[in-house]
Design a binder for this molecule. Structure first.
Ligand SMILES: [Fe+2]
Ligand SMILES: [Fe+2]
Length: 346
Protein backbone atom coordinates (compact mmCIF):
# COMPACT_ATOMS: atom_id res chain seq x y z
CA UNK A 1 0.00 0.00 0.00
CA UNK A 2 1.01 3.61 -0.57
CA UNK A 3 2.58 5.48 2.33
CA UNK A 4 4.35 8.80 2.71
CA UNK A 5 7.26 6.96 4.32
CA UNK A 6 7.92 5.08 1.11
CA UNK A 7 8.25 8.36 -0.82
CA UNK A 8 10.63 9.79 1.77
CA UNK A 9 12.79 6.70 1.52
CA UNK A 10 13.11 7.16 -2.24
CA UNK A 11 13.92 10.86 -1.97
CA UNK A 12 16.47 10.51 0.81
CA UNK A 13 18.44 7.94 -1.18
CA UNK A 14 20.48 8.90 -4.20
CA UNK A 15 23.44 11.13 -3.59
CA UNK A 16 24.80 9.85 -6.90
CA UNK A 17 23.09 8.26 -9.89
CA UNK A 18 24.02 4.65 -8.99
CA UNK A 19 22.86 5.09 -5.40
CA UNK A 20 19.59 6.64 -6.58
CA UNK A 21 18.91 3.70 -8.89
CA UNK A 22 19.64 1.23 -6.14
CA UNK A 23 17.45 3.08 -3.63
CA UNK A 24 14.62 3.36 -6.15
CA UNK A 25 14.85 -0.37 -6.88
CA UNK A 26 14.73 -1.13 -3.14
CA UNK A 27 11.73 1.15 -2.71
CA UNK A 28 9.97 -0.54 -5.64
CA UNK A 29 10.64 -3.97 -4.15
CA UNK A 30 9.27 -2.81 -0.78
CA UNK A 31 6.14 -1.39 -2.44
CA UNK A 32 5.65 -4.59 -4.39
CA UNK A 33 5.94 -6.63 -1.16
CA UNK A 34 3.33 -4.45 0.53
CA UNK A 35 1.02 -4.74 -2.49
CA UNK A 36 1.45 -8.56 -2.59
CA UNK A 37 0.82 -8.83 1.15
CA UNK A 38 -2.38 -6.76 0.86
CA UNK A 39 -3.60 -8.98 -1.98
CA UNK A 40 -2.65 -12.19 -0.13
CA UNK A 41 -4.60 -10.99 2.93
CA UNK A 42 -7.69 -10.45 0.78
CA UNK A 43 -7.34 -6.68 1.32
CA UNK A 44 -8.36 -3.83 -0.97
CA UNK A 45 -6.23 -1.46 -3.04
CA UNK A 46 -7.41 2.16 -3.13
CA UNK A 47 -6.82 4.66 -5.95
CA UNK A 48 -3.92 6.39 -4.16
CA UNK A 49 -2.17 3.17 -3.14
CA UNK A 50 0.90 2.08 -5.06
CA UNK A 51 0.16 -0.67 -7.58
CA UNK A 52 2.18 -2.44 -10.29
CA UNK A 53 1.70 -0.95 -13.76
CA UNK A 54 0.42 -4.25 -15.14
CA UNK A 55 -2.30 -4.37 -12.43
CA UNK A 56 -3.33 -0.81 -13.31
CA UNK A 57 -3.41 -1.58 -17.05
CA UNK A 58 -5.43 -4.77 -16.57
CA UNK A 59 -7.99 -2.88 -14.51
CA UNK A 60 -8.25 0.03 -16.94
CA UNK A 61 -8.88 -2.44 -19.76
CA UNK A 62 -11.44 -4.48 -17.81
CA UNK A 63 -13.35 -1.57 -16.23
CA UNK A 64 -13.48 0.49 -19.43
CA UNK A 65 -14.69 -2.55 -21.42
CA UNK A 66 -17.30 -3.10 -18.75
CA UNK A 67 -18.40 0.56 -18.93
CA UNK A 68 -18.63 0.41 -22.73
CA UNK A 69 -20.73 -2.78 -22.47
CA UNK A 70 -23.25 -1.03 -20.21
CA UNK A 71 -23.57 1.94 -22.57
CA UNK A 72 -23.72 -0.11 -25.78
CA UNK A 73 -26.10 -2.51 -23.98
CA UNK A 74 -28.68 0.31 -23.83
CA UNK A 75 -29.09 0.19 -27.61
CA UNK A 76 -30.77 -3.20 -28.30
CA UNK A 77 -33.33 -2.58 -25.55
CA UNK A 78 -33.74 1.16 -26.18
CA UNK A 79 -35.11 0.13 -29.57
CA UNK A 80 -38.15 -1.40 -27.83
CA UNK A 81 -39.09 1.42 -25.43
CA UNK A 82 -41.48 2.97 -27.95
CA UNK A 83 -42.82 -0.48 -28.86
CA UNK A 84 -43.56 -1.87 -25.38
CA UNK A 85 -46.99 -3.55 -25.24
CA UNK A 86 -48.28 -1.79 -22.08
CA UNK A 87 -47.53 1.32 -20.03
CA UNK A 88 -46.25 -0.90 -17.18
CA UNK A 89 -43.77 -2.71 -19.44
CA UNK A 90 -42.68 0.59 -20.98
CA UNK A 91 -41.99 2.11 -17.52
CA UNK A 92 -40.01 -0.98 -16.46
CA UNK A 93 -37.96 -1.05 -19.66
CA UNK A 94 -37.30 2.69 -19.46
CA UNK A 95 -36.04 2.31 -15.88
CA UNK A 96 -33.85 -0.65 -16.83
CA UNK A 97 -32.22 1.09 -19.80
CA UNK A 98 -31.63 4.15 -17.61
CA UNK A 99 -30.00 1.90 -14.98
CA UNK A 100 -27.59 0.60 -17.63
CA UNK A 101 -26.59 4.17 -18.48
CA UNK A 102 -25.94 4.77 -14.77
CA UNK A 103 -23.82 1.60 -14.56
CA UNK A 104 -21.70 2.90 -17.43
CA UNK A 105 -21.17 6.21 -15.62
CA UNK A 106 -20.15 4.60 -12.28
CA UNK A 107 -17.69 2.42 -14.18
CA UNK A 108 -16.16 5.24 -16.25
CA UNK A 109 -15.70 7.11 -12.96
CA UNK A 110 -14.03 4.03 -11.39
CA UNK A 111 -11.67 3.71 -14.39
CA UNK A 112 -10.82 7.43 -14.15
CA UNK A 113 -9.44 6.86 -10.63
CA UNK A 114 -6.69 4.81 -12.35
CA UNK A 115 -5.45 7.83 -14.29
CA UNK A 116 -7.24 7.41 -17.61
CA UNK A 117 -9.62 10.10 -18.86
CA UNK A 118 -13.16 9.61 -20.06
CA UNK A 119 -12.21 11.20 -23.40
CA UNK A 120 -9.44 8.62 -23.86
CA UNK A 121 -11.85 5.76 -23.13
CA UNK A 122 -14.54 7.10 -25.45
CA UNK A 123 -11.99 7.73 -28.21
CA UNK A 124 -10.93 4.08 -27.96
CA UNK A 125 -14.58 2.95 -28.19
CA UNK A 126 -15.49 5.25 -31.08
CA UNK A 127 -12.31 4.35 -32.96
CA UNK A 128 -13.16 0.65 -32.71
CA UNK A 129 -10.07 -0.11 -30.57
CA UNK A 130 -11.89 -0.88 -27.31
CA UNK A 131 -14.08 -3.95 -26.95
CA UNK A 132 -17.46 -4.37 -25.31
CA UNK A 133 -19.50 -7.49 -24.60
CA UNK A 134 -20.15 -9.35 -27.86
CA UNK A 135 -23.73 -10.16 -26.78
CA UNK A 136 -24.87 -6.64 -27.72
CA UNK A 137 -23.98 -7.23 -31.36
CA UNK A 138 -27.09 -9.36 -31.85
CA UNK A 139 -30.41 -7.84 -32.98
CA UNK A 140 -33.59 -7.68 -30.87
CA UNK A 141 -36.23 -9.00 -33.24
CA UNK A 142 -39.36 -9.33 -31.08
CA UNK A 143 -40.79 -8.15 -27.77
CA UNK A 144 -39.90 -11.55 -26.24
CA UNK A 145 -36.23 -10.59 -26.70
CA UNK A 146 -36.72 -8.00 -23.92
CA UNK A 147 -37.74 -10.72 -21.47
CA UNK A 148 -35.01 -13.11 -22.59
CA UNK A 149 -32.30 -10.44 -22.36
CA UNK A 150 -33.37 -9.74 -18.76
CA UNK A 151 -33.51 -13.43 -17.86
CA UNK A 152 -30.41 -14.75 -19.67
CA UNK A 153 -28.17 -11.77 -20.46
CA UNK A 154 -28.64 -9.93 -17.17
CA UNK A 155 -28.66 -13.33 -15.44
CA UNK A 156 -25.24 -14.18 -16.91
CA UNK A 157 -24.01 -10.68 -16.08
CA UNK A 158 -24.99 -11.17 -12.42
CA UNK A 159 -23.14 -14.49 -12.27
CA UNK A 160 -20.04 -12.75 -13.68
CA UNK A 161 -20.37 -9.60 -11.60
CA UNK A 162 -21.30 -10.68 -8.07
CA UNK A 163 -17.70 -11.89 -7.44
CA UNK A 164 -16.48 -8.44 -8.61
CA UNK A 165 -18.08 -6.90 -5.47
CA UNK A 166 -15.01 -8.43 -3.73
CA UNK A 167 -12.54 -7.37 -6.42
CA UNK A 168 -9.23 -6.22 -4.91
CA UNK A 169 -9.52 -2.75 -6.49
CA UNK A 170 -11.86 -0.98 -4.05
CA UNK A 171 -13.43 1.71 -6.32
CA UNK A 172 -14.46 -1.04 -8.78
CA UNK A 173 -15.76 -3.28 -5.99
CA UNK A 174 -17.87 -0.43 -4.54
CA UNK A 175 -19.38 0.40 -7.94
CA UNK A 176 -20.26 -3.27 -8.42
CA UNK A 177 -22.24 -3.53 -5.16
CA UNK A 178 -24.84 -1.07 -6.42
CA UNK A 179 -24.75 -2.38 -9.98
CA UNK A 180 -25.45 -5.95 -8.85
CA UNK A 181 -28.52 -4.88 -6.87
CA UNK A 182 -29.95 -3.28 -9.99
CA UNK A 183 -28.97 -6.22 -12.21
CA UNK A 184 -30.97 -8.47 -9.94
CA UNK A 185 -34.09 -6.36 -10.65
CA UNK A 186 -33.30 -6.59 -14.38
CA UNK A 187 -33.13 -10.37 -14.27
CA UNK A 188 -36.39 -10.69 -12.34
CA UNK A 189 -38.38 -8.31 -14.52
CA UNK A 190 -37.25 -10.26 -17.60
CA UNK A 191 -38.21 -13.61 -16.12
CA UNK A 192 -41.55 -12.29 -14.87
CA UNK A 193 -42.36 -10.87 -18.29
CA UNK A 194 -41.63 -14.25 -19.92
CA UNK A 195 -43.64 -16.10 -17.28
CA UNK A 196 -46.64 -13.88 -18.06
CA UNK A 197 -46.33 -14.64 -21.78
CA UNK A 198 -45.92 -18.37 -21.19
CA UNK A 199 -48.82 -18.64 -18.69
CA UNK A 200 -51.33 -16.16 -20.08
CA UNK A 201 -50.19 -15.65 -23.67
CA UNK A 202 -51.49 -16.96 -26.98
CA UNK A 203 -49.82 -19.79 -28.86
CA UNK A 204 -48.06 -17.21 -31.05
CA UNK A 205 -46.69 -15.40 -27.98
CA UNK A 206 -45.40 -18.65 -26.48
CA UNK A 207 -43.71 -19.48 -29.79
CA UNK A 208 -42.16 -16.00 -29.75
CA UNK A 209 -40.62 -16.70 -26.32
CA UNK A 210 -39.22 -20.05 -27.48
CA UNK A 211 -37.76 -18.44 -30.61
CA UNK A 212 -36.07 -15.75 -28.50
CA UNK A 213 -34.61 -18.40 -26.15
CA UNK A 214 -33.31 -20.33 -29.18
CA UNK A 215 -31.50 -17.23 -30.47
CA UNK A 216 -30.07 -15.95 -27.17
CA UNK A 217 -29.05 -19.14 -25.35
CA UNK A 218 -25.67 -19.77 -26.99
CA UNK A 219 -24.54 -16.11 -27.11
CA UNK A 220 -25.49 -15.89 -23.39
CA UNK A 221 -23.25 -18.77 -22.34
CA UNK A 222 -20.46 -17.31 -24.48
CA UNK A 223 -20.66 -14.20 -22.25
CA UNK A 224 -18.41 -15.94 -19.70
CA UNK A 225 -15.57 -15.69 -22.20
CA UNK A 226 -13.35 -18.30 -23.82
CA UNK A 227 -12.73 -21.66 -22.12
CA UNK A 228 -10.13 -21.67 -19.32
CA UNK A 229 -7.71 -23.54 -21.59
CA UNK A 230 -7.81 -20.59 -24.00
CA UNK A 231 -7.80 -17.75 -21.45
CA UNK A 232 -4.10 -17.06 -20.75
CA UNK A 233 -4.56 -13.90 -18.62
CA UNK A 234 -7.11 -15.43 -16.25
CA UNK A 235 -4.46 -16.83 -13.90
CA UNK A 236 -2.89 -13.40 -13.29
CA UNK A 237 -6.28 -11.78 -12.72
CA UNK A 238 -7.12 -14.49 -10.18
CA UNK A 239 -3.76 -14.06 -8.49
CA UNK A 240 -4.52 -10.32 -8.11
CA UNK A 241 -8.00 -10.90 -6.71
CA UNK A 242 -9.61 -9.13 -9.67
CA UNK A 243 -11.21 -12.34 -10.81
CA UNK A 244 -12.44 -14.89 -8.23
CA UNK A 245 -13.75 -17.76 -10.39
CA UNK A 246 -12.68 -19.10 -13.78
CA UNK A 247 -14.76 -18.59 -16.95
CA UNK A 248 -15.71 -22.28 -17.10
CA UNK A 249 -16.73 -22.44 -13.42
CA UNK A 250 -19.02 -19.42 -13.80
CA UNK A 251 -20.48 -20.77 -17.04
CA UNK A 252 -21.28 -24.10 -15.34
CA UNK A 253 -22.89 -22.29 -12.41
CA UNK A 254 -25.06 -20.31 -14.81
CA UNK A 255 -26.15 -23.40 -16.80
CA UNK A 256 -26.97 -25.27 -13.56
CA UNK A 257 -29.15 -22.39 -12.31
CA UNK A 258 -30.86 -21.75 -15.65
CA UNK A 259 -31.99 -25.29 -16.53
CA UNK A 260 -34.50 -25.36 -13.67
CA UNK A 261 -35.75 -21.84 -14.47
CA UNK A 262 -36.34 -22.94 -18.10
CA UNK A 263 -38.36 -25.93 -16.88
CA UNK A 264 -40.61 -23.71 -14.73
CA UNK A 265 -41.03 -21.33 -17.65
CA UNK A 266 -41.94 -24.18 -20.00
CA UNK A 267 -39.30 -23.50 -22.65
CA UNK A 268 -36.67 -25.82 -24.13
CA UNK A 269 -33.02 -24.81 -24.10
CA UNK A 270 -31.66 -25.39 -27.63
CA UNK A 271 -29.00 -27.95 -26.73
CA UNK A 272 -29.64 -31.67 -27.43
CA UNK A 273 -26.58 -32.58 -25.31
CA UNK A 274 -27.90 -30.93 -22.16
CA UNK A 275 -28.25 -33.65 -19.50
CA UNK A 276 -27.77 -34.10 -15.77
CA UNK A 277 -24.46 -35.72 -14.85
CA UNK A 278 -24.95 -37.52 -11.53
CA UNK A 279 -21.22 -38.16 -11.04
CA UNK A 280 -20.25 -34.50 -11.53
CA UNK A 281 -23.35 -33.12 -9.84
CA UNK A 282 -23.73 -30.65 -12.73
CA UNK A 283 -25.51 -30.32 -16.06
CA UNK A 284 -23.42 -31.36 -19.07
CA UNK A 285 -23.88 -29.16 -22.12
CA UNK A 286 -22.94 -29.31 -25.81
CA UNK A 287 -19.95 -27.82 -27.61
CA UNK A 288 -19.89 -24.02 -27.86
CA UNK A 289 -19.24 -22.51 -31.29
CA UNK A 290 -16.13 -20.49 -30.44
CA UNK A 291 -15.58 -19.54 -34.09
CA UNK A 292 -18.84 -17.62 -33.96
CA UNK A 293 -17.79 -15.95 -30.70
CA UNK A 294 -14.41 -14.79 -32.08
CA UNK A 295 -16.05 -13.65 -35.28
CA UNK A 296 -18.42 -11.37 -33.33
CA UNK A 297 -15.63 -10.18 -30.98
CA UNK A 298 -13.57 -9.43 -34.10
CA UNK A 299 -16.23 -6.99 -35.33
CA UNK A 300 -18.18 -9.20 -37.74
CA UNK A 301 -21.37 -9.89 -35.76
CA UNK A 302 -24.81 -8.96 -37.13
CA UNK A 303 -24.91 -5.50 -35.49
CA UNK A 304 -21.30 -4.45 -34.72
CA UNK A 305 -21.20 -1.64 -37.29
CA UNK A 306 -24.68 -0.39 -36.38
CA UNK A 307 -23.94 -0.29 -32.61
CA UNK A 308 -20.69 1.60 -33.05
CA UNK A 309 -22.27 4.08 -35.46
CA UNK A 310 -25.10 4.72 -32.98
CA UNK A 311 -22.54 5.56 -30.26
CA UNK A 312 -20.50 7.83 -32.56
CA UNK A 313 -23.68 9.63 -33.73
CA UNK A 314 -24.84 10.13 -30.12
CA UNK A 315 -21.44 11.61 -29.24
CA UNK A 316 -21.43 13.97 -32.22
CA UNK A 317 -25.06 15.01 -31.85
CA UNK A 318 -24.48 15.67 -28.13
CA UNK A 319 -21.56 18.05 -28.77
CA UNK A 320 -23.75 21.13 -28.31
CA UNK A 321 -24.85 19.89 -24.86
CA UNK A 322 -21.23 19.50 -23.71
CA UNK A 323 -20.32 22.92 -25.14
CA UNK A 324 -23.34 24.57 -23.47
CA UNK A 325 -22.51 22.94 -20.11
CA UNK A 326 -18.90 24.16 -20.31
CA UNK A 327 -19.99 27.69 -21.31
CA UNK A 328 -22.40 27.74 -18.35
CA UNK A 329 -19.68 26.53 -15.96
CA UNK A 330 -17.27 29.23 -17.23
CA UNK A 331 -19.93 31.93 -16.76
CA UNK A 332 -20.57 30.83 -13.17
CA UNK A 333 -16.84 30.78 -12.46
CA UNK A 334 -16.44 34.30 -13.87
CA UNK A 335 -19.42 35.55 -11.84
CA UNK A 336 -17.99 34.00 -8.65
CA UNK A 337 -14.58 35.58 -9.32
CA UNK A 338 -16.18 39.02 -9.82
CA UNK A 339 -17.87 38.94 -6.37
CA UNK A 340 -16.16 40.99 -3.61
CA UNK A 341 -14.09 38.86 -1.22
CA UNK A 342 -15.83 37.83 2.03
CA UNK A 343 -14.85 40.21 4.85
CA UNK A 344 -12.65 38.50 7.44
CA UNK A 345 -14.41 37.56 10.67
CA UNK A 346 -13.47 39.80 13.57
FE1 LIG B 1 -25.88 -3.11 -16.15
FE1 LIG C 1 -28.72 -5.00 -16.54
Amino acid sequence: MYTQAMDTLAREGGQDAGGADETAALADAARQRRFDAAIDDGGFIEAKDWMPESYRKTLVRQISQHAHSEIVGMLPEGHWIARAPTLKRKAILLAKVQDEGGHGLYLYAAAETLGTSRDQMLDALHGGKAKYSSIFNYPTLTWADMGVIGWLVDGAAIMNQVPLCRCSYAPYARAMVRICREESFHQRQGYESLLTMMREGTGAQKAMVQDAVDRWWWPSIQMFGPPDSDSPNSGTSMRWGIKRFSNDDLRQKFVDATVEQARILGVTLPDPDLRWNEARGHWDFGAIDWDEFWNVVGGHGPCNAERLQARVDAWEEGAWVREAALAHARKREAAAAALPAEPLAA
